[in-house]
Design a protein around this ligand. Structure first.
Ligand code: FCB
Length: 485
């Protein structure tokens, strides 16, 4: 089933033969080789997923610490208490990145570590960790790329209402400024938020992620306050920056195609695209919420709590849009019995599974949708450079007795998705970099440690790290592309 995706380069050990490589004709044909020498190559992680040390050096609980203690919320009752123990193993993890020859490391800062409780002065011990991390990276020739918020909201702010409350946006801007004051002299690229869709909708509307609330109105209020927090933080950082910095946001964009050309299916795809993608992209780049999405929400009795001036703040110009891509979906507005309305009289909205290879998450493998997405961003939201801030896959890894994983499925996934990026570039999309998710196997949110996305295996009993075949393949691919330049 996976064979059509398997690249001729799926064995990471096969092409160390130098710039011309053993298979020049295939090299010439591989779109990956068209990526330019200036392309940024990296890996991404996030604080709660790898750090552990949740009660050390003054860190206070985040909503994820709390959520993990809710029975049934996370697979196997897993939590981030230890995770990959990165807090204590940071220099060795940075060495792994440097040894792979990557130029950028995207990591996130844990808000409750650097500003316990989410307000007030900085915690010097918490900031010192990121200070050391940045210095360690720079000392190894790796650029730090900071994400300020990758979902670990201080619990105290949730107790005060969380993201559905407007004040949280202002708390976020204060926190952003405080981190920037310490790291802004060395960190040149800053992402405000990672995937506000997940924070807002999984956290507040659907209840699958912390804090586990289930109210559409709360979810939509969270969308708006996250975007407002992004805009406020962008303005504060821009004002505080002594020299030019790159500021941006990372969105998880979900291509939504209609299952058929019927009006009902097209409308279902429109609605899905609206709530997943355009509700973020339009205010950020056009300074307005999409009318059709507002109408869909109004039909559910929900309105976006916009105040005068908010949209100007949200549309503050940014320098880079981070794109996280994992899969695409087909949508239908007709149920299996052919009805277009459900029992409550609402339009049917349904994802139609396709007969495609899937990852261990059950996500369909659709690299073509990645190309389409990037080309569409270039068309509908032109002028902002794109960087792929996450892309990767979980598979059921089987380590050998030395802990090595010959993850040809992951190599195939990454190969096909990098090709998809290269094709989008050829079609005009201004994509400037690619970061694999993730450096390490880690705490995969509600799935706990069950799902492994790392290109480096983590043995959670010993904390031993073993690069998988995908890590070696990535190292060799980056080297090959750079050498060709
Ligand atoms: C993204 C998240 C990241 C990780 C990957 C698999 O949505 O940003 O933390 O969970 O999915």
């Amino acid at each position: 089933m996976d064979t059509e995706l398997t690249s001729p380069r799926s064995d990471g050990t096969r092409h160390a033969a130098g710039p011309d490589g053993p298979e020049p004709s295939r090299h010439a044909a591989d779109p990956i080789d068209s990526l330019p020498p200036t392309f940024r190559w990296g890996v991404a992680t996030s604080s709660y997923q790898i750090e552990g040390a949740v009660a050390e050096d003054g860190r206070t609980p985040s909503i994820w610490d709390t959520f993990c203690r809710v029975p049934g919320a996370v697979a196997n009752g897993d939590d981030g208490d230890v995770a990959c123990d990165h807090y204590h193993r940071m220099p060795a993890d940075v060495a792994l990145i440097a040894d792979l020859g990557l130029d950028t490391y995207r990591f996130s800062v844990a808000w409750p570590r650097v500003q316990p409780g989410g307000r007030g002065p900085a915690n010097p011990a918490g900031l010192a960790f990121y200070d050391r991390l940045v210095d360690e990276l720079l000392g190894r020739g790796v650029d730090p790329w900071v994400t300020l918020y990758h979902w670990d909201l201080p619990q105290e702010l949730e107790d005060a209402g969380g993201w559905p409350v407007r004040d949280t946006a202002y708390r976020f801007a204060d926190y952003a400024e405080l981190v920037f004051a310490r790291l802004g002299d060395r960190v040149k690229t800053w992402t405000t938020l990672n995937e506000p869709w997940c924070s807002a909708m999984l956290g507040y509307a659907y209840g699958d992620h912390a804090p586990g609330r289930r109210d559409l109105g709360d979810g939509i209020a969270a969308v708006h306050h996250l975007l407002l927090g992004h805009g406020l933080a962008t303005q504060r950082l821009r004002a505080a920056a002594p020299a030019p910095v790159e500021l941006g946001i990372t969105l998880n964009l979900a291509p939504a195609d209609p299952a058929t050309d019927s009006p009902a299916d097209r409308d279902a795809a429109r609605a899905a695209d609206g709530l997943a993608n355009r509700i973020y992209l339009d205010p950020l780049f056009h300074g307005r919420y999409p009318q059709d999405v507002l109408a869909d929400l109004a039909a559910e009795g929900v309105r976006v709590p916009v105040r005068d001036g908010d949209l100007e703040v949200i549309a503050t110009p940014i320098d880079v849009l981070g794109v996280n891509y994992y899969f695409g979906q087909l949508h239908s507005g007709v149920d299996e019995q052919g009805r277009e309305r459900d029992e409550g009289g609402r339009p049917v909205r349904r994802v139609v599974p396709r007969d495609l290879p899937r990852t261990a998450m059950g996500w369909e493998i659709v690299p073509e949708s990645f190309t389409d997405l990037l080309v569409r961003l270039h068309r509908d939201y032109p002028g902002v450079p794109l960087v792929i801030t996450e892309n990767g896959a979980a598979f059921d890894d089987r380590p050998d007795e030395d802990g090595f994983v010959a993850d040809d499925d992951r190599v195939a996934y990454l190969t096909e998705h990098l090709r998809a990026v290269a094709r989008a570039r050829s079609a005009g999309a201004d994509v400037r970099g690619y970061f694999a998710w993730s450096l390490l196997d880690n705490f995969e949110w509600a799935y706990g440690y069950d799902k492994r996305f790392g290109i480096v295996r983590v043995d959670y009993d010993t904390q031993r790290r073993t690069p998988k075949r995908s890590a070696l393949w990535y190292r060799d691919t980056v080297r090959r592309v750079r050498d060709r330049a």
